[in-house]
Write a protein that binds this ligand. Structure first.
Ligand SMILES: NC(=O)c1ccc[n+]([C@@H]2O[C@H](COP(=O)([O-])OP(=O)(O)OC[C@H]3O[C@@H](n4cnc5c(N)ncnc54)[C@H](O)[C@@H]3O)[C@@H](O)[C@H]2O)c1
Length: 272
């Protein structure tokens, strides 16, 4: 269902890998709402090819960029403004990766080169994206920048590994850069703290199935899906949320304010 919420708006969407990706669903919804955008991902993700289908479907162009490379980001932002015909109104940072997690290194046994790589990809890249946009004066006034995060930034989820620290940094960067972007360019910056979601990045977390059903049972509305997240993100890109900035916005069916739910209690009391 379209409300034309993003008619005439131009954007850049990072992180659509396959049709499960939160960024993929967001691109589809932005398209339905009348927005135009450039799709981007790391060159290695491009080779897997699926992003081309999304580009065709949404009439968009793809520009490869490693989000840890300022040079790639400069090129991406310049080309995007040319392709889209003007400054940018919305940006989605939907990027996350931990090498330690992927290779099965426990949090108490890190390979610090990998830790650093994960921080660069998952958190510092957000600063790099914003600094490049800011220095090039590439954002329109009342534009909106959103990055995706997870609750492990603020509470302990043991298997989330070093991604927890990366997300804490990501959320801090949103506030710190959001101040300057708001003050100087009237641009808002927020993070959306999403429920566990079955995607490539999500499923890399050890014990993900248990994780996802626990969150579902704890949340009065159940887990938010990738499509739910896309819908929320659309509102954050629209003119209906112009004064929301520097926030970490929970989009989790209520999980973040729960202590315990009847469903979860039941699994501990049923034998008594
Ligand atoms: N899936 C979940 O449970 C969940 C929950 C909360 C938040 N998130 C966050 O949502 C975002 C999107 O993840 P997803 O779940 O859709 O998984 P995904 O695997 O589909 O997306 C992650 C993306 O990051 C991209 N990426 C990795 N390294 C990159 C680099 N150097 N440069 C540019 N792009 C790079 C990947 O190619 C991929 O497209 C991430 O920030 C993730 O942490 C996910």
């Amino acid at each position: 269902m379209s409300h034309n919420l993003l008619k005439g708006k131009r954007g850049i969407i990072f992180g659509a890998l396959d049709e499960n990706s939160i960024a993929w669903k967001t691109a589809e919804r932005v398209h339905e709402e009348g927005g135009t955008f450039v799709l981007t991902n790391a060159p290695v993700a491009m080779r897997m090819g699926q992003i081309k289908d999304l580009a065709e479907k949404t009439g968009s162009q793809i520009i490869p960029a490693d989000a840890t490379s300022v040079e790639d980001l400069e090129n991406l932002i310049e080309q995007s403004m040319e392709i889209l015909g003007g400054k940018i109104d919305f940006v989605l940072h939907s990027i996350g990766m931990s090498v330690n997690l992927r290779k099965g290194n426990h949090y108490t046994s890190q390979n610090y080169d990998w830790t650093q790589k994960g921080t660069d990809v998952s958190a510092m890249s957000f600063h790099k994206v914003m600094q490049t946009l800011y220095q090039k004066d590439a954002m329109n006034e009342w534009g909106s920048i959103v990055a995706l995060t997870y609750m492990a930034s603020q509470r302990v989820f043991p298997d989330y590994n070093d991604m927890a620290d990366n997300k804490a940094m990501l959320e801090s960067i949103a506030r710190s850069f959001g101040y300057f972007f708001g003050r100087d360019k009237k641009v808002r910056v927020n993070t959306i703290s999403q429920s566990p979601t079955p995607t490539t990045a999500g499923s890399g977390v050890k014990g993900f199935d248990g994780f996802i059903s626990y969150a579902d049972k704890m949340s009065p509305l159940g887990n938010a899906t990738a499509l739910d997240c896309a819908n929320y993100t659309i509102t954050m890109f629209s003119d209906l949320t112009r004064k929301v900035t520097l926030q970490n916005l929970f989009h989790d069916g209520g999980f973040s304010n729960m202590g315990v739910s009847d469903d979860v209690m039941e699994t501990f009391t049923r034998d008594k």
